[in-house]
Design a protein around this ligand. Structure first.
Ligand code: NDP
Length: 254
């Protein structure tokens, strides 16, 4: 049986838990060698330990820090001789009424959710351009496609990721590098626990409230996002670029 990512080398930011962990494990199951990064090495090592055949390696990196990204990309390029797939998944959230959120929160989210994508992509693109192929997969959000109540800084940052995806796709297309965005709805990850804390709700109560807002009446499993990330990292999607694909239990229909 041919694996869908056999021979590919991938980098997944924010791969220590949640969606990033699910993507890294799915990539490894499909035969890719993968590096996961985030700020907490313990989480990354747990992801690596769950992966088949030692295919996932863990390296600490803060995507909001240019020198940290440079050190990480030097290490990964030496380890693998370049990467074929970059998954820009690391992200942070904030919630609250527009009038109550300080402008500094917008800068903090922008640094991680948008400029983090820029830093990591720029670090790996020269190699991709040289080889004339590569896939960049940005994890945006349905919050990057339409309004979401009480999440202005997060919503603004994810609209930024969607815009960035389209501009990168346009500039990279002729060089054989694709860039697409996945826009998940509500996914069952530790981010929802942080969301619950921010709005003063119990985690399970928040999950049930969010589920009720979707036509399917449930929240997503991280593996459902990983399935699309496998497709976008594989040669099966070689003709697709600049797309923003919602997996949202029907919240976004187009
Ligand atoms: P989690 O909070 O569960 O995981 C986020 C990951 O990002 C962690 O590994 C975290 O590790 C890492 N991270 C955060 N800040 C940084 C940083 N500065 N540098 C490097 N890594 C960082 O979130 P999810 O798995 O839910 O989210 C993953 C992505 O999916 C995010 O971009 C999120 O916005 C998006 N998304 C999530 C949805 C959901 O409902 N869960 C819905 C739509 C989109 P550490 O803190 O150790 O650095």
């Amino acid at each position: 049986m041919t694996l869908r990512l056999e021979g590919k080398r991938a980098l997944v930011t924010g791969g220590g838990r949640g969606i990033g962990r699910a993507i890294a494990l799915a990539y490894a199951r499909e035969g890719a060698r993968c590096v996961v990064t985030s700020r907490r090495l313990e989480d990354l090592e747990e992801t690596a330990a769950e992966a088949p055949n030692g295919l996932v390696s863990a390296i600490r990196c803060d995507v909001s820090d240019s020198s940290s990204v440079r050190d990480m990309s030097d290490f990964v390029n030496n380890l693998f001789g370049g990467v074929d797939i970059v998954v820009n998944n690391a992200g942070i959230h904030a919630a609250g009424r527009f009038l109550d959120i300080e402008p500094e929160t917008y800068s903090e989210l922008y640094e991680v959710n948008v400029v983090g994508v820029v830093r990591v992509s720029q670090a790996f693109l020269p190699g991709m351009l040289e080889r004339g192929r590569g896939s960049i997969v940005n994890i945006a959000s349905t919050a990057g496609l339409f309004e979401s109540p009480g999440q202005a800084p997060y919503n603004a940052s994810k609209h930024g990721v969607v815009g960035l995806t389209r501009c990168m796709a346009l500039e990279l297309a002729a060089a054989g590098v694709t860039c697409n965005a996945i826009c998940p709805g509500f996914v069952d990850t530790p981010m929802l626990d942080g969301f619950a804390d921010l709005v003063g709700a119990e985690s399970e109560e928040l999950r049930s409230r969010l589920a009720q807002r979707t036509p399917m009446g449930r929240i997503l499993d991280p593996s459902e996002i990983a399935n699309l990330a496998v497709y976008l990292g594989s040669d099966e999607s070689s003709g697709m670029t600049g797309q923003t694909m919602a997996i949202s239990n029907g919240m976004r229909m187009s």
